[in-house]
Design a protein around this ligand. Structure first.
Ligand code: DC
Length: 237
């Protein structure tokens, strides 16, 4: 398990909320804002897989060796995931990571890392420990179906591919989007969706007891309100 510590504990009655969905569905921004509204902590589980990918690349572990990785190799990377305030910070070699995790190199390689059984197993206990006191909004691909099967609220966000690609580009490069960039982003997202849905271990699937929210025609504000209302209606929180 990854080295981590609790600096504070949230109220015992606080619940766990999971938000899953495909790339670009807006789950991370929604989860982050929802956590702020509720004064909960946000777990961006994609960032855990990105941290591992960044560390493997930084440690010059060749991609051809990734399929043979063992738990001891992962332990050897000396990662730290530390709850700080309303989020979980990721450290590699004592260095706090942020924008590095979104680099094209990490994005291109993270599907490979997240498809590995040893990686998913290794991160499972860590993620569950982060939710042990409740007060958590966790987003990712398998939060509701595998990591927090007992979560009080499970949401599955979705949106049409074109909309997801446009949102990603707006976030990364702003309003000036060429046709070529749009086409490339659609292909990239489609490839990642396919990899996430078809992998052997913990694929992206909608938990049976999750609530589906299609955000294709929703503004970000309306999407957040919809999710907030679901939580309130289901739990009174
Ligand atoms: O949400 P994201 O783009 O930061 O996710 C990065 C990658 O990690 C993506 O390829 C899917 C994978 N992932 C996963 O397999 N399981 C999760 N719970 C979260 C992310």
């Amino acid at each position: 398990m990854v080295d981590f510590e609790f600096k504070e504990e949230k109220q015992s009655e606080a619940i766990v909320i999971t938000i899953d969905g495909p790339a670009g569905s807006g789950k991370t921004t929604t989860a982050k804002e929802l956590a702020k509204i509720l004064d909960y902590r946000h777990l961006d589980s994609g960032a855990l897989y990105r941290t591992l990918t960044f560390s493997l690349l930084s440690a010059n572990v060749p991609t051809s060796r990734w399929d043979q990785l063992e738990e001891t190799d992962l332990e050897g990377l000396k990662l730290q995931f530390i709850p700080e305030g309303d989020c979980i910070e990721m450290y590699y070699n004592q260095r706090k990571l942020s924008s590095e995790l979104r680099s094209p190199e990490v994005t291109d390689n993270v599907s490979h890392v997240s498809s590995l059984g040893v990686v998913r197993n290794w991160l499972l206990g860590t993620q569950q420990m982060l939710g042990v006191h409740g007060g958590l909004v966790a987003d990712g691909r398998d939060m509701g179906a595998a990591v927090f099967p007992e979560a009080e609220v499970k949401i599955f966000l979705t949106a049409e591919l074109e909309i997801r690609a446009r949102r990603r580009l707006l976030e990364n490069i702003g309003e000036e989007i060429s046709k070529e960039q749009f086409k490339e982003e659609m292909i990239r997202i489609e490839e990642r969706d396919l990899a996430d849905r078809s992998r052997k271990y913990s694929p992206l699937i909608r938990a049976e007891d999750s609530i589906l929210v299609d955000t294709t025609t929703l503004s970000f504000k309306d999407q957040l309100i919809a999710v907030r209302n679901i939580v309130k209606d289901l739990t009174g929180v």
